[in-house]
Ligand binder design. Sequence first.
Ligand SMILES: Cc1ncc(COP(=O)(O)O)c(C=O)c1O
Length: 376
Amino acid sequence: MTRNFSTRAIHDGEGWDKSTGAHNTPIYQTATFSFETAEDMAAAIMDHPLESFFYSRTANPTTAALEKKMASLEGAEAALITSSGMAAVAISILISARAGEHVIVTNDLFVISRQFFEKDCPAMGIEVSMVDVRNLQDVENAIRPNTRALFIETVTNPNLHISDVAAFRSLADKYNLILIADNTFLSPYLLRPVEQGAHIVLHSATKYISGHGDTVAGVLAGSKKSMDKARLKLDTFGQCLSPIASWLVMRGVRTLPLRMRQHCANAQALAEYLEGHELVEWVKYPGLESHPQYSLARSSLPNGCGGIVSFRIKGGADEMNRFANSHELFGKGVSLGDVCTLVYPQPWRDNLIRISVGCEDAGDIIEEFEKALAAV
Ligand SMILES: Cc1ncc(COP(=O)(O)O)c(C=O)c1O
C-alpha cells in the first residue's frame, strides 16, 4: 500500500535502529566501514560497489536513508544526495551528454547554473542553446541531430516562468532526449516532475527540502539506472554530502508538507497585497491572475504555487534600497526556501526584488512590508 505524501515524508527511508534501539535515524559519522571477513570486504567492493557501505564518499547509511525518502517523495525508483544543488545540476548533465553533443536549457535560470551552462559545458565540449521554455516551438526549433538533453527549471529563477513538464516529455520522446527538471522552486510536495515524465529531477536541497537555511545540499532522482550512473560521477568528482548534513536535511524534509502549505498561503497573500499597493510597479507570482501562465499554474500546481514572489517598486535603485533597508525582521540574503522570509534586491535586474516568503504569520509579514514600503 502506498501511503500519502505527508506520512512518507516522515517515515519513508527511516525506522528504528535494530542494533541499538535508537528511535531516530543515527548519524553514521564515519569515513570507512569494517567487515567481518576479508571475503565480505572483497564482495562489497568488487561485486556490489554501488549498494554496499565501505567508504562514505560512495555511500553512507544516514545519507542512504535520506535517499530512500527522497525517491519515495519524488515517485522515482532511486535518488542520490549530493554536496549542493550545483553538484546535482553538474551531475545531471555529466550523465546525459558528452563532448560533441548538445543540450537545450531554459534561458531564465539560476545564475550559477547559467555560468555552468555558458562556461563550463562549452569548456567540456558540450554545446548549449538557451531557449525561452514558455515557447515549445522555439525549443523544438533548437533541437539538433546531436541534442541529447533538455534542462528546465519547473518554475524559473527569478522570473517565475512555468515549464509544462508533460509537454516537454512529449518533445523529449519525439527526439529521444533526456528531460532534466530542476524542481527547486516547488519541491515534490507541489510538483513531482518524474510522475509527469521527466527522466531526472533535481533540487537544491539547501532550499525547501531542508527548509531551515542551515545546510547546503542537493538531490537527484530518477531511474535506478540513471542514479547508478550519477553515483559513479559523484564518486569520481567527490560531491558527497557529509552524514551530519544528510541528517539535517532529513530532519527538515519531514515537515516539508507543513512548511509548503504555509509558504504558499503566505506568498499568495503577500503577492495580492503587493499587487494592490500604489508604490508597486509589477508583481510576479504564478498564483495571481495577472501572471501570464496563470491557467497553466492552476492546472499543474493544484497544491499551491510556491513561496517565491518577485516584484518591482516604482522608481529606481534608491527606492528599492530604501525598501530593503527598512526591514526590521527580515534579512537581506541570496538564498530561499527557509522558514524565515528573505529579501533579495537585484539592482542588476532592473531593481527586481525577489522575496522568499517564509512561514511566519501572514499578517506579520504584510505589516513588515507595509512599514518598509512606507519608508520608500
Ligand atoms: C533553481 C536553483 N537550482 C540550483 C541551485 C543551486 O543550489 P545550491 O546553492 O544548493 O548549490 C539554486 C540555488 O539557489 C537554485 O535556485
